[in-house]
Design a protein around this ligand. Sequence first.
Ligand SMILES: C[S@@+](CC[C@H](N)C(=O)[O-])C[C@H]1O[C@@H](n2cnc3c(N)ncnc32)[C@H](O)[C@@H]1O
Length: 277
Amino acid sequence: MIVDGTLGGGGHSEALLAAGADVLAVDRDPSALAAARARVSGFGSRFRAVQGDFGDLASLVDAPVDGVLLDLGVSSPQLDDPARGFSFQADGPFDMRMGDEGPTAADLVETTPVDALERVIRDYGEERFAGRIARALKEAKPKTTLEAVEAVKRAVPRKAWPEKVHVATRTFQALRMAVNHELDSLDRALAALPQVLKVGGVAAVLSFHSLEDRAVKRAFRGLEGRCTCPPGLPVCACGAEATFRSLTRKAVTASEVEVARNPRARSAHLRAVERVR
Ligand SMILES: C[S@@+](CC[C@H](N)C(=O)[O-])C[C@H]1O[C@@H](n2cnc3c(N)ncnc32)[C@H](O)[C@@H]1O
């Protein structure tokens, strides 16, 4: 049994099913579940899909599994549908929720104090104009994506607009990560791996943001049980024992050919670990 924690359009689940695995799929998004269920209906009871947060991995599986796959972030259907509020290109409600619960991006902007909003935009978006953008958003109280885009444009000096990406890219990414508590879910799922993986089981995570990749790298290092004794101790006293081994010495990235075919693979980083005891 493999857990596909980010079902999305069902591409990975379908490939896993076609390779012979049984799949338990999870997604926060009810429309992703409906579309993917239709796509893989031919595999019958070998496929099961539930609406949920992969951060709750430990409670989603009832027995240890052979694999966990996470393909982080939003899906193309979510990004491309203006009604979901992820797009800075097309107008829609300023929503950004992957699921159907909790505060929207508009609610987040309205209820978060300006200093905290600035931190969200700076830390998750690595945006140098975070302070100005946070103040502009608080003033504008955007209800639609294009109202939010206009606020960002007003806040960033024209000559500082990036050449290759839209000026609102970093802000939208940051707000999306905050609305969906993305790093928190990732940390909880990574922490659950020793509990949910069988010996010989593999966890693979595809991330698209440096903060996500850093969290995965750090968690996998911890799972590998590297010695955490202070330097200089003559013998290891922490008793670290390898329960996992890394399958990817460095993060695997997409080739030029793959990026040409699928530009969204540009920033993908894949890391994997195997449980060895
Ligand atoms: C990049 S897409 C996955 C695409 C998928 N691998 C495919 O083959 O089509 C990410 C999906 O994961 C879902 N997702 C993101 N974070 C989640 C979380 N914490 N819990 C459950 N689903 C999540 C999103 O709703 C989205 O549908």
